[in-house]
Write a protein that binds this ligand. Structure first.
Ligand code: GDG
Length: 471
């Protein structure tokens, strides 16, 4: 059977399913690899003084982790630079935060070459290679340049940007062209796929067919959408653990008369945390009779703390939480609890289940797994309400959520009232529909659909892969 090689910027501790510090991509890939077995290659998180290192292997059960150290300059310019200060803000439509530094893009290519060399050192002819996310867009082309002819797929976990913004990137055509190194390119949503196709239609006047094939100068690119998900049965199992029962009990104790609104987000400007706090503040202002009847628990996971914008955001949120509590708090009621510590996944399952509503209000988000985890962790007899930003990729599937526009604090404040007052039968109807969607379109289905398309023998071949590099 062909081996699966997953490549992403970082690899997670796959054997600790309860790891508290992993983001959405890591959780999803760990789940997919545990089912399939194979190799997971990525940066170790360590900085080396002797340049980028060769991969160091460790194997447990059916998964081999291959980790590479990166040079100090590459960590600064590739990871903190091009990935987190150029592509991430640009793809999340924050051109005001986007750095267009030439040296960043050079290090980005260097690191992609390092990854390609590492794969060449252990790849076997039948292996299927699956590259993840914006850190590694050119990797397929670099692999082709080394003569690697295996099936190679790419999946973008974040949204594809609108053409008008994408073309502000000096390397926009090079990045798009490098995608022709892949046999299959996957996006989270139909919306992302449409934005991607718009680039070809408008910028390059290219032919496309309904199957997702894009023709350019005789070369072909197959692009489709594959909404990522979770495995709901895993969340249900976690909800039944002792840690989940403990966190559930501790959340509910003393809150019998108080509705718990929950937020779980990485501390990232794309997640719309200041907007959420502003909407909650507005809810307390506009509906004084509701004070003391609801509270917001916001769990914020620190991330990318070496990037200045992230440090500023962390401080802004602390200050804003303090202001809201100072203004509205009473001896017996703290309106907003803001925690930055991480919880185990089992404890998190109990927290989700204890909440009356979850506020998922990103300004722009590839998918958002928190929305799906919250739904999966609910008690079917008494489910909580999902408030979901229309700008999260998950909004394309979870159509029975209460939608909010996070830029509109009046509407979001009203949606909080709607969630608090929602009758049980409506909560159950909405929850059942969303749970069914997640069950049909699980993480396993996501992986299987992508792999089936990637391995599909009927798909037309790109005529001459080596030429992609020479373009
Ligand atoms: C990127 C895209 C896309 C959070 N706090 C704790 C904790 N978490 C876990 C959640 C969830 C994950 O982190 C966050 O996933 P998201 O999908 O919400 O967001 P990103 O990290 O930005 O992920 C996103 C995703 O990739 C997958 O393609 O959906 O759009 O931006 O799994 O549970 N986990 C634990 N403790 C915490 O305190 N254990």
């Amino acid at each position: 059977m062909p081996r699966l090689i997953v490549v992403s910027n970082r690899v997670a501790d796959i054997h600790s399913s309860n790891a508290a510090s992993s983001g959405g991509l890591a959780m999803a890939m760990a789940g997919a690899l545990k089912e399939e077995g194979g190799v997971w290659l990525g940066w170790s998180g360590e900085t080396s003084d002797d340049g980028d290192g060769p991969p160091q292997f460790s194997t447990v059960d059916n998964v081999t982790l291959a980790k590479i150290d990166l040079s100090r300059q590459h960590v600064e310019e590739y990871y903190n630079g091009y990935a987190n200060r150029t592509l991430w803000p640009l793809f999340h439509h924050r051109t005001d935060l986007t750095s267009y530094e030439q040296s960043f893009s050079e290090s980005y290519l260097d690191v992609n070459r390092t990854f390609a060399q590492a794969i060449r050192s252990f790849v076997k002819p039948d292996d299927v290679i699956w590259v993840q996310d914006y850190h590694l867009i050119p990797l397929g082309r670099e692999l082709r340049a080394l003569g690697i002819d295996n099936r190679i797929g790419f999946f973008l976990h974040i949204p594809w940007p609108a053409r008008e913004l994408f073309v502000t990137l000096p390397q926009h055509s090079d990045l798009v062209w490098s995608l022709f190194g892949y046999d299959l390119v996957g996006f989270q949503t139909e919306k992302d796929l449409t934005a991607f196709r718009d680039y070809f239609q408008t910028e390059l006047k290219t032919q496309q067919d309904d199957e997702g094939l894009i023709d350019l100068f005789g070369r072909r690119l197959l692009a489709r959408s594959y909404p990522i998900s979770i495995n709901p049965s895993e969340m249900a199992e976690l909800s039944n653990t002792e840690a989940a029962a403990n966190s559930f009990r501790r959340m509910r104790e003393g809150n019998e008369e108080c509705k718990i609104l929950l937020g779980v987000d990485r501390i990232d400007y794309s997640k719309g945390l200041p907007n959420k706090f502003a909407a909650y503040n507005r809810f307390l202002e506009r509906f004084p009779e509701r004070r003391g009847t609801a509270k917001l628990l916001q769990i914020g996971q620190p991330s990318r703390s070496l990037v200045e914008e992230y440090q500023d955001l962390g401080e802004e949120l602390m200050a804003e939480a303090g202001r809201i509590n100072g203004r509205f708090g009473r001896l017996d009621w703290t309106p907003l609890s803001y925690h930055t510590q991480s919880y185990g996944r089992d404890a998190l399952a109990g927290i989700y289940r204890a909440a009356d509503a979850c506020l998922v209000t990103p300004l722009r988000d590839g998918m958002n797994l928190v929305a799906k985890e919250f739904v999966a962790a609910q008690d079917p007899a008494d489910p909580g309400v999902l408030l979901l930003s229309r700008f999260a990729g998950a909004a394309e599937q979870l159509t029975e959520a209460v939608f909010v526009n996070p830029y509109d604090k009046e509407q979001t404040a009203e949606a909080i009232v709607q969630a608090i007052d929602m009758p049980l039968d409506e909560r159950q109807d909405r929850w059942r529909a969303m749970f069914d969607t997640i069950s049909r379109s699980s993480l396993t289905a996501w992986k299987n659909n992508f792999m089936a398309d990637l391995k599909n023998e009927d798909r037309p071949e790109t005529p001459d892969r080596a030429e992609i590099y020479a373009f």
